[in-house]
Design a protein. Structure first.
Length: 130
């Protein structure tokens, strides 16, 4: 079991995410900001190339194209599959930081509905200690 939002958890998730099929055009640098975590505010980022998670690292990415901010509670619910990322976005529970590339974000959101994404999310949830 890996502690949620630790570098070990991010590393394990990146390995599991390699099962996601290639998706042409699904390329982005995403920065996440999780507020209200037990450790305080946690920042991490993903580098995705053609649907493949290439990097998943604690910290900040100066080259991030999209920055998303959410509460720890909502982040946990999304990881557990209890809160749909699209619904959270539409309800304003995921905040998009000004300057983010909204077009790119909107092109990536449908991927979270794919069976492959949901299967990987379930596998990551199975190895996560909250």
């Amino acid at each position: 079991m890996e502690k949620y939002l630790s570098q070990e958890w991010l590393d394990a998730g990146r390995v599991l995410a390699q099962e996601f099929p290639e998706r042409a055009g699904a390329t982005a640098r995403l920065q996440y900001q999780v507020v209200g975590a037990p450790e305080g505010e946690v920042h991490y980022y993903w580098v995705i190339d053609s649907g493949k998670l290439q990097e998943s690292t604690l910290g900040d990415d100066a080259d991030a194209e999209i920055t998303l901010s959410m509460s720890y509670e909502d982040a946990v619910k999304m990881q557990k599959g209890e809160l749909d990322p699209n619904a959270a976005f539409m309800q304003g529970r995921i905040k998009v930081v000004p300057g983010s590339n909204m077009g790119k974000l909107m092109s990536l959101l449908p991927l979270t509905q794919s069976p492959e994404y949901k299967a990987i999310q379930a596998k990551i949830n199975d190895i996560t200690e909250y």
